[in-house]
Design a protein around this ligand. Structure first.
Ligand SMILES: Cc1cc2nc3c(=O)[nH]c(=O)nc-3n(C[C@H](O)[C@H](O)[C@H](O)COP(=O)(O)OP(=O)(O)OC[C@H]3O[C@@H](n4cnc5c(N)ncnc54)[C@H](O)[C@@H]3O)c2cc1C
Length: 356
């Protein structure tokens, strides 16, 4: 349950593995974090140490091109996926030393990067600030994808693969017994009446992003907690090729989608479920963006939006005290990157249990 990127990608792979699949989504498909996310596929900016997360992230990054191409072919849609690399910028000697130190540790994990001197930055990235630029590192394997296009294509792919898709259908409760899970789903009838229906499945996948631990579960211990971590992003409509690479400086990143939207982010806020847009945070993001791309100071963002990253103590992926309940949440700031690998792992684990 949960029709974000993780739920949809998993449903598609499960259907391809020959299982009968239904997705219950409380609102519209791909309307929450998967709509809000910037779409960086960027182990270069995220991973510093070996960990289970690092292995999953690198494996998922390696699957991405084939995942997107397969989805495009299955749905005859185009998805904005760019193997554009990322440029990390250092504007002081301390920042430059820290970047080089990180790059050394990353090399041991197979994450490649290359030093670019400020003169080269001025030639290849003429809009980037070079005043006081101490050094830069280029990560050739980082990429971007438009997660809204991914979700749209996944809905089509799921439909073609005979996945039953239910929007405006909130799962209110899950009961797990040894060999099946019953979902109690609140939905609206054609006569506009709210009803709760119970439906039994051989297994349920809990993929409701930041809401995953707010759905009551009986029959097994409560699944691990997940909390929403709010993030603001700002967007500027800009001419093509204004930013042909991911740009990073400290916690700020910029990237440009094929539709021209140049995105800068992101805030990290522990603010519960507050959906309000904060003009002060947007102004700070815009100021940080125009530090890196000074021409942005002459314009104001055309869009501001927020989303809730699902944060748990670690990624929750796999069976939970029963083969009838699988977890797939807690992807925090990397759920777009991790979607292909999450879906592949779930399909392999669930297709094993469904075949005696
Ligand atoms: C500002 C921001 C920037 C980000 N940037 C990146 C990035 O650059 N790269 C990256 O890899 N990741 C990024 N992320 C993280 C990424 O967006 C998330 O990790 C990912 O989208 C999580 O996907 P999901 O399907 O688990 O959650 P969601 O997309 O939130 O989907 C969960 C779905 O479950 C539904 N749901 C909730 N309760 C119920 C219920 N009771 N019954 C049925 N359905 C329910 C919700 O309506 C929702 O549609 C970013 C996130 C934010 C907020």
């Amino acid at each position: 349950m949960g029709g974000g990127l993780i739920g949809l990608a998993s449903a598609w792979r499960l259907a391809q593995a020959g299982l009968r699949v239904a997705v219950y989504e409380r609102g519209g498909f791909g309307g929450e974090a998967s709509w809000a996310g910037a779409g960086m596929l960027a182990p270069g900016g995220e991973i510093e140490e070996p960990s289970d997360f690092a292995s999953l992230a690198l494996a998922s990054r390696a699957l991405y091109r084939a995942f997107v191409r397969e989805l495009e072919a299955a749905t005859r849609t185009e998805i904005d996926y760019q193997e554009c690399g990322a440029l990390d910028l250092a504007y002081s000697d301390d920042e430059w030393r820290a970047l080089q130190h990180r790059a050394e540790r990353q090399r041991a994990l197979g994450i490649a990067s290359k030093a670019v001197d400020p003169k080269q930055v001025a030639i290849f990235w003429p809009r980037v600030r070079t005043e006081n630029l101490a050094g830069a590192l280029f990560y050739p394997d980082d990429a971007i994808v438009n997660p809204r296009e991914l979700c749209r294509s996944l809905v089509l792919a799921c439909t073609k693969a005979a996945v039953e898709l239910f929007s405006v259908s909130a799962v209110e409760q899950i009961h797990v017994s040894p060999n099946e899970a019953t979902l109690y789903v609140k939905t609206i009838t054609r006569k506009n009446r709210k009803v709760i229906i119970g439906r039994r499945f051989r297994a349920a996948v809990l993929a409701a992003g930041a809401w995953s631990s707010s759905i009551p579960v009986s029959g097994v211990p409560a699944p691990p907690a997940v909390e929403p971590v709010k993030g603001h992003l700002v967007g500027y409509q800009q001419p093509d090729q204004t930013c042909n690479t991911i740009l990073r400086h400290g916690h700020t990143y910029l990237l440009q989608r094929a539709n021209g939207l140049l995105i800068a982010g992101a805030s990290v806020e522990h603010a519960g479920w507050d959906r309000s847009l904060d003009p002060a945070i947007a102004a700070r993001l815009a100021s940080e963006a125009s530090f890196v791309l000074p021409h942005l100071a002459e314009t104001t963002p055309s869009e501001i939006w927020i989303g809730f990253r699902p944060s748990s103590d670690h990624l929750q992926l796999g069976p939970w005290h029963s083969s009838a309940l699988h977890l797939a949440y807690g992807h925090f700031r990397n759920g777009i990157l991790l979607a292909p690998k999450t879906a592949a792992d779930l399909a392999s684990s669930l297709s094993r249990i469904s075949r005696p």
